[in-house]
Design a protein around this ligand. Structure first.
Ligand SMILES: N[C@@H](CCC(=O)N[C@@H](CS)C(=O)NCC(=O)O)C(=O)O
Length: 121
């Protein structure tokens, strides 16, 4: 599981900053099979990451985790995610570009058998 430590908190203008944040979030979701926007101390995030790590991913498919509390641009990413998905909490999970929701949504998907199908599509 990867974890990005770079950040975009620069001295750019607010508009340039927000466009960089949206590009970062959208390209991360596009370029990774699973993306988890997380916080390192969050128990729901831990549960989601543990569940995803316990499942086999097809060859070449990856999980990218961004720990928002460890980044200077974390609160801007969280605000953009709230606008994009309507979800204000972490974890905020995407699989194959599809917004899944949070930890409870992921666990429900797993219980119904749909998570394994989503991971193997
Ligand atoms: N039902 C949600 C609960 C998630 C939740 O409450 N996350 C907390 C952190 S553990 C949160 O995002 N709090 C607001 C924040 O950190 O900004 C889920 O299953 O994902």
């Amino acid at each position: 599981m990867g974890s990005s430590t770079s950040n975009l908190a620069t001295s750019s203008s607010p508009n340039a900053m927000s466009s960089k944040i949206s590009q970062l979030v959208d390209s991360t979701i596009d370029e990774n099979f699973v993306t988890v926007f997380s916080k390192s101390w969050c128990p729901y995030c831990r549960r989601a990451k543990n569940l995803l790590n316990s499942l086999e991913l097809p060859e070449g498919k990856n999980i990218q985790v961004l720990e928002l509390d460890l980044r200077d641009d974390g609160s801007q990413i969280q605000s953009y995610l709230a606008r994009k998905t309507g979800q204000t909490t972490v974890p905020n999970i995407f699989i194959n570009r599809e917004h899944i929701g949070g930890s409870d949504d992921l666990v429900d998907l797993h219980k119904s058998g749909k998570l394994v199908k989503l991971l193997n599509q």
